[in-house]
Write a protein that binds this ligand. Structure first.
Ligand code: BTN
Length: 241
């Protein structure tokens, strides 16, 4: 992987998308000073201080979009959770479908995948992730949802370069097999970490909300719900409320 460090940038995802033609496959654009981070569903990703990670992996697996690429966020989610668990065996990181990581019921990391198309040509995918590694409790308390940081969960200062290296190594190790085998490669690991399974959930998909029991994650990484009328719903995108 090629690493491209930026002293400061508004958003590593925005930068990677803008320069995708010049950046080679598996370039990692990263910074410790992201001034205008973006999250899923038009939300923002707060700047948590310079001792945290803000990174985007540029991927160019082929010149056409394939369905499996949309599951790469779930691969990265598993990789991040596994690396975090090395530091924190007490509360194993859990997943909130599709790709939020939570420790002890609080969000610790976010992933934002964006595809870049040029007409019919698929230029590539930008897989952005932010991880709270060393955030002060006072800062976390100001976030609009329960949030935590690895230093708080472990009582230790986390070496951010070391963490990033571990994540990228693990991601690379699994990437080729994942592109070939798809979500099935990680399905069992993903389900073990899925905190929403066998629970009643409400899932917002654009302006519609689906309610039901989350009974499975399908072989394609979709969420299977069964509603009170025993009707199955398979959801490919959305946000568990
Ligand atoms: C979310 O939970 O909504 C996703 C947050 C993704 C944040 C990361 S930080 C690095 C990369 N650059 C961005 O602007 N966003 C992603």
């Amino acid at each position: 992987m090629e690493l491209l460090y930026l002293e400061t940038v508004d958003s590593t995802n925005k930068y990677a998308k803008e320069y995708i033609k010049e950046l080679s496959d598996k370039t990692v654009v990263y910074t410790y000073n992201q001034t205008s981070g973006r999250g899923r569903l038009e939300r923002k990703w707060n700047y948590m201080g310079k001792d945290n990670i803000y990174a985007s992996i540029v991927l160019k697996p082929s010149s056409q979009m394939k369905e499996v690429y949309s599951n790469l966020t779930q691969l990265l989610c598993i990789v991040l959770a596994e690396v975090m668990e090395e530091y924190n065996p007490i509360y194993p990181p859990k997943i909130k479908w599709p790709n939020d990581i939570r420790v002890n019921g609080k969000k610790i990391s976010g992933i934002l995948a964006e595809g870049v198309n040029n007409g019919k040509h698929f230029d590539g995918l930008v897989l952005g992730f932010g991880v709270n590694l060393n955030v002060k409790k006072e800062i976390l308390d100001k976030i609009d949802q329960p949030a935590t940081s690895l230093n708080i969960e472990t009582g230790k200062v986390i070496d951010k370069d070391d963490f990033l290296k571990k994540v990228l190594e693990r991601f690379c190790l699994l990437y080729n097999s994942f592109i070939e085998e798809g979500f099935l490669l990680i399905r069992e690991d993903y389900k073990k970490r899925a905190e929403f399974l066998n629970k009643e959930v409400a899932v917002k998909v654009f302006d519609k909300t689906y309610e039901g029991k989350a009974v499975d994650v399908t072989k394609n990484g979709a969420l299977k719900l069964v509603d009170k009328n025993n009707q199955e719903q398979i959801l490919y995108i959305g946000d568990i409320l």
